[in-house]
Design a protein around this ligand. Sequence first.
Ligand code: VG1
Ligand code: CO
Length: 542
Amino acid sequence: MAKEIATTPYTDQRPGTSGLRKKVPVFQQRHYVENFVQSIFDCLEDYQGQTLVVGGDGRYYNREAIQTILKIAAANGFGRAVVGRGGILSTPAVSALIRSIKAFGGIVLSASHNPGGPDGDFGIKYNVANGGPAPEKVTDAIYARTREIASFKIEEAPDVDIDALGAAQIGAMRVEIVDSVENYAALMQTLFDFDRIRDAFRAGFTIKFDAMSAVTGPYASAILEGMLGAAPGSVMHGEPLPDFGGHHPDPNLVHAAHLYDLAMSAKAPDLCAASDGDGDRNLIIGRNRFVTPSDSLAILAANAHLAPGYKNGVAGIARSMPTSAAADRVAEKLGIGIYETPTGWKFFGNLLDAGLVTICGEESAGTGSNHVREKDGLWAVLLWLDVLAARKQSVDAIVREHWATYGRNYYSRHDYEEVEADGANALIKTLRDGLPSLKGKTFGALEVRDADDFAYHDPVDGSDSRNQGVRVMFADGSRIVYRLSGTGTAGATLRVYIERYEADPARQFVETQAALADLVALSREIAGIERFTKRNAPSVIT
Ligand code: VG1
Ligand code: CO
């Protein structure tokens, strides 16, 4: 029976770059999940009798949250819920499932690359009918609702067994437990030449994929080893663990350093790859060649036509503003549109829906296409595999050729993690206030051509998003960007994005940090990073 239960609002349920993310004990507070989920439903219309997809990356609290969400969904009138077995669905798999079964929306439980466990992070995100994250106007409305919510509706029912495939009932709502991988794997088969990739593995191609004890384990094992015939053991850390084995499931050079070491060693496989907690990010390292996510976006866009799913070419490319301009050069050469959006996948949805772009990407190891409305880690690995199988060249050779054709965008992000929030906010405010006086200034050989706070006008729905990152742009095309993270759960994280373009092939093989050293020093000076954050070095460099 459905009950209406009185509650009091929490003031901190503002969704960030990608949903609401907090420490597990915050979510464990009385009615914290209930309030947020009811607030989501309060902001939706016409969902009576409709289908909701529910799943997560398997982190600690996933199972408890799913039971609560199902009971609230039932009491609010959803007709059907589709749940991945064991509560497991990667973020791109949720997106694919929403689209293929024409669901009304979905709830993704994840804090992505953040650590999990009883003291780790948890998160809840709502995705709309196109399979993508709710746009800002919806997340703003949800936040407003959380601040005035007075009651929630919940069905009083026993927990559903989410570990067995099949159907159950909560009140008037049918609950279907489905295989986590099947629908997603079928979609991948429509995009890539599985026979060609299988032949490559048969001919001796080798891969090491690190699922980081997170959600992509079952997907990667089924697709890479099962369907494509990669050698057994190609997938490591393939079992999703509630605490990710105590690690950060973040596929970068810090948290996946062992993969980098392997790729640079004498025993290097042809391709090393990894994904994050919820399966939407990717790391690509060829033998002796790390590929920056920004370069990966550009290279995939330039080569996508080799894969059957993209044989008609790419309609346009979108990248988040801090992502390097490498993709812009590909778009220019192909004569297609390039769109620069604020950070976060929710800004790509409209462009994809309108058919303006086919491929999207972010510097933070996110790449995806119009096959879903999320970034997709395993998809990126499969597209790389298909391109490698088609071109029969190494990752390194493809990257070098790309730079020779388009030039190289040296690129690095310096993160100052968990600094004191007041200092970080003051740093950004001071930068913003100083923007007008920065223009025209010179620092050594670098002249500031322009400086602004990035604002985005969505060409499809006409909405505007302001204050999306401070950009300092130099006359030679170099760039420093500053913004505060919207996914952290402790203090503030300052992200500094540094980029330099190099057209001359003779100067394209300098070590990245060395190539950017003057800009890095300048990034600290211009923003007074040490003064405001009390840090004299970044905590993570990617
Ligand atoms: C970070 C990344 C951003 C990404 C977001 C969600 O956001 O910078 O590019 O879209 O995480 O990715 P922020 O606000 O912390 O910079 V995931 O894989 O955490 O869903
Ligand atoms: Co993620």
